[in-house]
Design a protein around this ligand. Sequence first.
Ligand code: FES
Length: 108
Amino acid sequence: MNKENFEPLIIAFCCQYCSYSAADLAGSMRLQYPPNVRIIRTPCTGRLEVNFFMRAFEKGADGILVAGCLEGGCHFIEGNLLARERVKYTRAFLSESGIEPERIRMIN
Ligand code: FES
């Protein structure tokens, strides 16, 4: 595949209470998102562990997006805060391994 046609495979881990609902609503409204984005619903981003991210990279993901509830809005109190720390840890691990840490990002 040449550089011009490169379409990165993005795995989006979405909390079912916020971002997944938003994606679902977008689907109901017939809005489209790129086919190279694969959405995985999670009960809370706090359920995600570092090995989930590493496994996604191992299986071919080019980038990972973690989308959780706003700070103070997590249904499991601090799951999004735990996820933020795990994403931070993963970024540091990637960086130490010579891989771009920008490949994983959390939004909320
Ligand atoms: Fe949404 Fe925890 S319930 S991030």
